[in-house]
Design a binder for this molecule. Structure first.
Ligand SMILES: O=P(O)(O)OC[C@H]1O[C@H](OP(=O)(O)OP(=O)(O)O)[C@H](O)[C@@H]1O
Ligand SMILES: O=c1cc[nH]c(=O)[nH]1
Ligand SMILES: [Mg+2]
Length: 208
């Protein structure tokens, strides 16, 4: 599995701000989106371009243009939605497929509760968004679903990940690519990433 932990100072700075314990909902949401944008910049560095000739101000000029790549952005409800606007800044024409999954609080098993995928998803590259990769169960379940519908070109954008979750994801889906702002230390006994930033869904939506 290709794993890219982005060490860019802007990414590290914004991630640091997200870890402040009394961060407001507004600020957490803004930073999720900004990191979604920065992760997308890196995750799309292999998009194919074609050279076309256009009429410029001083005559004909050759320019690069992204070659009609079909992309679907796949936020995992709820917390993945916080990253979505930042991702769409760079991919404004991408279609959106939604997958709803929550974790059982005791067993940490992922419970899928909703999906609405774009048609012909087998022809698209999927960019799965979820800020937290803890046990990996939720992202693995989302990828299982995408593959069931024939989508095999998959990149995952997460903000923080625990080593345990990365290992589980690599075992189940070694063919995907994973882009991260940070590989954190571990998962605690309650299933939270340490240091992480707590419950990303609650912080994004102001619940609890
Ligand atoms: O890697 P895992 O162990 O599966 O944990 C990560 C998942 O947990 C959180 O979702 P949560 O169940 O809190 O739902 P929410 O986003 O609606 O709050 C988070 O947003 C991930 O989807
Ligand atoms: O640290 C964690 C782990 C799972 N889900 C979260 O929102 N945070
Ligand atoms: Mg949550």
């Amino acid at each position: 599995m290709k794993i890219v932990e982005i060490k860019h100072p802007l990414v590290r700075h914004k991630l640091g701000l997200m870890r402040i314990c009394d961060i407001s909902t507004k600020r957490f949401r803004e930073l999720s989106s900004e990191l979604g944008s920065l992760l997308t910049y890196v995750a799309t560095d292999d998009l194919e371009v074609e050279i076309v000739t256009i009429k410029g101000w001083c005559g004909l000029v050759k320019i690069a243009r992204i070659k009609g790549k079909k992309i679907t952005v796949v936020p995992i409800l709820r917390a993945g939605l916080g990253m979505m606007n930042g991702v769409l800044e760079h991919l404004p024409s991408a279609r959106i497929s939604i997958i709803g999954i929550y974790r059982n609080e005791i067993t940490f098993e992922p419970i899928p509760y909703f999906h609405k995928l774009v048609s012909n998803i087998n022809e698209r590259m999927a960019m799965v968004l979820d800020p937290m990769l803890a046990t990996g169960g939720s992202i693995i379940a989302a990828i299982d679903l995408l593959k069931k519908f024939g989508c095999n070109n998959i990149k995952v954008l997460s903000i923080v990940a625990a080593p345990e979750g990365i290992e589980a994801l690599e075992e189940k889906h070694p063919d995907i690519e994973l882009y991260l702002a940070s590989i954190d230390q571990k998962i605690n006994k309650n299933g939270y990433i340490i240091p992480g930033f707590g419950d990303a869904g609650d912080k994004t939506f102001g619940t609890k």
